[in-house]
Design a protein around this ligand. Structure first.
Ligand code: FAD
Length: 321
């Protein structure tokens, strides 16, 4: 039972986060052999199947009927039918909201074990060893998942991207029988979003309650646009209705791992740190020198954001010229 599977969602394409999932799956294949199967749920983005076929041994696409756009019950039925015959040792997913929703249910259906938010995975004995941050990034916890398959979602952007194998794996369309979903989606609203999704962002400018209202987020958007960053927020700012819930970073929000995370007027509560503590570089602007975020950042400015943000925007714009 040494096959490995990695699950991707068609709408995201093979972005940097998806490549991180592929890279982790390739590592498990290197350690244990077997076949590496990439499963695509939903209509694949342009060029996705070709790109994925260059990274795995086999690509299976489930995109017909109910599975064409994401619906959890349909996606679970499809994944169960595709993955059961594979008898994979590990099934890896990314740090998007679909994966977070599916992982425990999928593990239950496959009779395996599950883990959220791994930053490293390895084969160990008959099982899988997965590492994740604990205590807001102060410690690492190592888990042994002994019941196969180990169904794990990884903080994809923090992991080395998949490398082309030099061959093109076979691509096949899955024939799955999806039961009538118990959940009916009556409307889909797509949020206007420029650039990459938050989970895949290389640079993130994030704002917190200390901004005092929705208007300052317009200045943060300008700052972000200057350096091609995405915008995020603390839960306090999202709960206040200043920005959409999809911006939330943290334990109950998005888990991100950009090259740079700029936290503006965010205190750095442990639940926020859980979402961004694995960023390569953290920088913070806060009026309170005792704010916990300063214990976790590489660069910090103790100052009112109203003074700092315009100067930062201007200087970064000059540097980008
Ligand atoms: P605050 O803690 O109020 O911090 C505001 C900061 O702004 C302060 O440090 C202040 O000094 C600074 N400030 C004020 N004025 C200025 C100024 N003019 N210029 C510069 N700085 C200024 N939180 C998350 O973010 N994400 C989660 O996913 C999340 N999940 C949670 C799950 C659970 C189960 C629980 C219990 C809580 C969760 N929280 C989460 C909430 C978390 O505990 C904090 O309440 C929240 O992160 C605080 O947000 P904040 O830092 O924006 O606000």
């Amino acid at each position: 039972m040494s096959n490995v599977a990695a699950v991707f969602f068609g709408e995201y394409g093979m972005d940097r986060a998806a490549l991180g999932v592929a890279g982790a799956a390739q590592k498990l294949k290197r350690e244990g052999g077997g076949t590496l199967v990439g499963v695509v749920i939903g209509q694949p983005a342009a060029g996705m199947t070709d790109a994925l076929a260059g990274l795995v041994d086999r690509v299976v696409v489930a995109s017909d009927g109910e599975v064409a756009s994401y619906q959890p019950d349909a996606a679970l039925d499809a994944l169960e039918q595709i993955l059961k015959p594979l008898a994979a040792r590990a099934v890896l997913l990314g740090n998007d909201t679909y994966s977070q929703e599916l992982v425990p249910r999928l593990a239950h259906r496959l009779g395996g074990s599950s883990l959220a938010d791994a930053i490293a995975v390895a084969l160990e004995g008959d099982g899988v060893k997965a590492t994740r941050s604990a205590y807001g990034g102060k410690a690492l916890a190592v888990y042994q998942l002994k019941r196969a398959p180990a169904v794990v979602w990884v903080r994809a952007r923090a992991l080395a991207p998949g490398e082309p194998t030099g061959a093109q794996g076979a691509v096949e369309q899955a024939k799955v029988a999806v039961q009538a979903p118990r959940l009916r989606i009556v409307e889909r609203k797509k949020e206007a979003q420029a650039g990459v999704r938050l989970e895949d962002a290389q640079l993130i400018v994030s704002g917190g309650r200390g901004l005092g209202g929705p208007e300052p987020f317009e200045d943060l958007k300008k700052l972000a646009a200057t350096i091609g960053a995405q915008t995020g927020a603390s839960r306090a700012a999202c709960d206040a209705g200043w920005v959409p819930p999809s911006w939330q970073v943290g334990q109950t929000g998005k888990k991100v791992a950009p090259e740079l995370y700029l936290a503006i007027a965010i205190s750095g509560a442990s639940q926020h740190l859980l979402g961004m503590g694995d960023s390569k570089v953290i920088a913070a602007v806060n009026t309170d020198p005792e704010a916990p975020i300063f214990k976790h950042c590489s660069f910090g400015i103790v100052e009112d954001y109203r003074k700092v943000v315009p100067i930062l925007t201007e200087k970064l714009a000059e540097l980008r010229k």
